[in-house]
Design a protein around this ligand. Structure first.
Ligand code: NDP
Length: 330
């Protein structure tokens, strides 16, 4: 089976030369292990961080070795009790066709409950990030005006819709194309949306939320964060989920110039990691699973086919090629 290796640590935008697709032997599972033939691979913005060796919350990818990431696949050989050939599992060894997985780090998933790809998206890590980040970290409450950046992406599209379902008085989103902006308003029910490439984010946000915002869910950082602080209402809350606008920077990005507004607004900025909120998972599965089943919560996926296109799909996420969750289908 083929697997993607990191050959050198990218500086700035990752280049194809930093990676290679390598043929590897298909292993045989030992006691407590399963051999999985991957069918859906996840590519996510956080993977850019793992390509660097800066100290972070997750270990860097090792140079010369296979990369990792969320994946769903079918068990094709099993040495583990409770997992049989034909079962589908969610696990952490993506970027490859075949994975030797410890049964204790595999979660059985059911194609009869939801399409398998959704366990990497709306019912998986990104969907849960939206849920925990909005409802807990940003302390969302009914009547809030919510602004979310990266709003047509995997996390952002769920943030806006969950806010509406939970009684937000106004939801505003920003995204990087006219098509994405139209989708936010017409399909996801955002009250307003704008293309951040059309003009200054601060001005566009003031027009879209003339009475200010109570919550900002940050996926982007940079100008977006400064604009959100500029529009923050009294007791406003900013949940820092991601800052994709700086992930390929080679120099530290300048900070927001208006932090002093946090004083008059009594504003709060808080970063978070989804993995710290696992106690909310049962609630997430019940509530979001229900909204997906009833059709109240909508989602999109951009599907790229073939292991050979795994890297391009990842680069596509950084460029904004995706609408909703970016998935690689094998
Ligand atoms: P998305 O599906 O949102 O894909 C990334 C999107 O970012 C692109 O589609 C693109 O859309 C947008 N983008 C890229 N560059 C820029 C830029 N310079 N300025 C503005 N937008 C840009 O990814 P996810 O939903 O998976 O992740 C969203 C964010 O959440 C990321 O920052 C990620 O790191 C973070 N995250 C954090 C977690 C946590 O635990 N804290 C967990 C999961 C995700 P467009 O066309 O609109 O530009």
């Amino acid at each position: 089976g083929r697997e993607w290796h990191l050959d050198s640590r990218p500086v700035g935008w990752p280049k194809p030369e930093d990676f290679s697709l390598v043929e590897a032997e298909i292993p045989t599972p030992g006691e407590g292990q399963v051999l999985v033939r991957n069918t859906y691979l996840s590519v996510d913005p956080y993977m850019r961080g793992r390509m660097s060796d800066a100290k972070s919350y997750v270990a860097p990818y090792a140079v010369g070795e296979a990369m990792q990431g969320g994946a769903v696949g079918e068990v094709v050989a099993s040495g583990a009790q409770g997992l049989a050939v034909g079962d589908h599992v969610l696990h952490g060894l993506g970027w490859r066709e075949y994975a030797l997985v410890d049964a204790k780090s595999a979660v059985k998933v059911d194609a009869g409950v939801a399409p398998l790809s959704t366990y990497l998206g709306v019912l998986g890590m990104p969907g849960f990030t939206a849920y925990a980040g909005l409802l807990r970290v940003a302390s969302f409450k009914e009547g809030d005006t919510v602004f979310v950046s990266g709003a047509a992406g995997a996390v952002g599209s769920q943030v806006g819709q969950i806010a509406k379902l939970k009684g937000a008085s106004r939801v505003v989103g920003s995204a990087g194309s006219a098509e994405k902006v139209a989708l936010l308003v017409e399909e996801y029910g955002f009250d307003a949306a704008f293309n951040y490439k059309d003009g200054p984010v601060g001005r566009q946000l003031r027009e879209a939320a003339p009475d200010g915002i109570d919550v900002y869910f940050d996926n982007v950082g940079g100008d977006h964060l400064e604009a959100a602080i500029g529009s923050l209402n009294r007791d406003g809350r900013i949940a820092v989920c991601g800052m994709i606008s700086v992930y390929n920077n080679t120099e530290p990005a300048p900070g927001p110039r208006n932090l002093a507004r946090l004083i008059q607004t009594r504003g709060r900025i808080e970063g978070f990691l989804v993995s710290d909120h696992n106690d909310l998972r049962p609630e997430f599965v019940r509530e979001v699973g229900g909204w997906i089943a009833s059709g109240e919560l909508k989602y999109r996926e951009t599907v790229v086919e073939g292991i050979e296109n795994n890297l391009e799909a990842f680069l596509g996420v950084l460029r904004g090629d995706n609408t909703g969750k970016m998935i690689v289908k094998l």
